[in-house]
Design a binder for this molecule. Structure first.
Ligand code: CA
Length: 259
């Protein structure tokens, strides 16, 4: 049996006036989400919040009454549930735009983690990322839906060049964007000692994977680690909102709770 401890932190950064990131930690449903909204006149905030609430609502509803899941038979229950939740969030953002012209053009990235029946699922759209630290090694679990990532895959840019490229913020997929949405989802097995990080690009454009890893292995508490990651991003300029959610998996020893 595994148990999970989580904490999250979101910061406006040093140059933006508004924080258009949003995150959710829902221990009851073991759902963890980071969203990074976009759109003028603070509408990114609206998009991120609408999406995160829609995801949480769907996960809650599907826990209670077995709401219909998407038809993706190759995926397990938790992964299908999370993917369907992101799809529902996409349609919710589109509906909000339909109902209010002033919200036109808003959208949001999202990365979500759902822990169900001892296994995990990560789903994402855009450039918010999930990482796993295991045995001191940091692995990026998501592939950015960005123009620069496509250039990295094609061999035209290095990962480091992509991180500082002027077009680094151009996402190729977002909730609220095209009417049909493609959602990447993967299933994961966790072991005690695993540390997962969900974050917005305000972290990953400021810090390299190596620097993120160093902060995660520094032996601090989860809260201190969240604060350190945000402080490090701000120390590098803090030119974007930065949001981190950390999940630590531990063995849930029944004897421990009796004692
Ligand atoms: Ca951002």
């Amino acid at each position: 049996m595994l148990k999970v401890k989580a904490c999250g932190l979101s910061d406006v950064g040093l140059t933006r006036l508004h924080n258009e990131d949003y995150f959710e930690i829902d221990p009851e449903h073991r759902l963890y989400v980071v969203a990074d909204g976009m759109g003028g006149h603070n509408h990114g905030e609206v998009a991120a919040q609408v999406a995160v609430r829609a995801i949480r609502d769907y996960i809650e509803k599907s826990a209670a009454d077995g709401a219909p899941l998407g038809p993706d038979g190759a995926l397990g229950h938790g992964a299908r549930r999370l993917k369907t939740a992101l799809k529902a969030a996409h349609h919710k953002v589109l509906r909000a735009i339909e109902q209010d012209d002033s919200l036109s053009g808003m959208g949001t990235t999202v990365v979500g983690f759902l822990f169900e029946r001892e296994s995990g699922a990560v789903a994402h759209v855009g450039d918010s990322r999930a990482y796993r630290l295991r045995g001191g090694m940091l692995e990026q679990l998501t592939q950015d839906h960005t123009w620069v990532h496509e250039q990295v895959v094609a061999g035209f840019l290095s990962k480091e060049q992509a991180r500082s490229h002027p077009l680094k913020n151009v996402v190729t997929r977002a909730l609220g964007g095209e009417s049909e949405i493609l959602i990447d989802v993967r299933e994961l097995e966790m072991v005690p000692g695993d540390l997962f990080l969900l974050c917005s690009d305000g972290l990953t454009t400021m810090l390299s994977d190596r620097e993120i890893r160093d902060a995660l292995v520094a032996g601090k508490s989860l809260h201190e680690t969240c604060r350190a990651l945000v402080a490090d991003a701000n120390a590098r300029g803090g030119t974007d909102n930065v949001t981190v959610v950390l999940l630590a998996f531990e063995a849930d020893d029944p004897d421990e709770t009796i004692a």
